[in-house]
Write a protein that binds this ligand. Sequence first.
Ligand code: SF4
Ligand code: ZN
Length: 136
Amino acid sequence: MTAVGREHQRPLVDDWRARAACRGMADVFFPPGATAGSAARDVCQGCEVKVECREWAILTVTADEVEAGTVFAGVSARTIKRWRAQRFGTQVRPIDHGSYAGYEAHRRRGEAPCGECREAYNAYNRAANARRRMAS
Ligand code: SF4
Ligand SMILES: [Zn+2]
């Protein structure tokens, strides 16, 4: 994580983003191109607007952010997305990540499958191809 010094748009006086611990760290806060990981989580740890950030993220999280592994309020965008589904009743069934069915569920939702699901999907196809080769 690097602080690139790019200021966000000047916020309103009462905008919680003005008090964000990650303010100015363009690669942590408000993606695109956000990076994830423990560094981002550390920044969130002592942030005084964590609750506001979490609520905002639940309302706005995108599939791209899930794919990028973006961190909001100390948790992954994937977790945020799950909370969103729980709260709003859509996509009630959580994706079984790391499975063939998970891969298909990602696709049905119009999002890029996560790495684990892609791996499971590829492994499934490899096994299927091997079976076909053995049968012929
Ligand atoms: S909780 Fe984390 S991501 Fe949210 S504003 Fe604070 S530092 Fe930024
Ligand atoms: Zn997945």
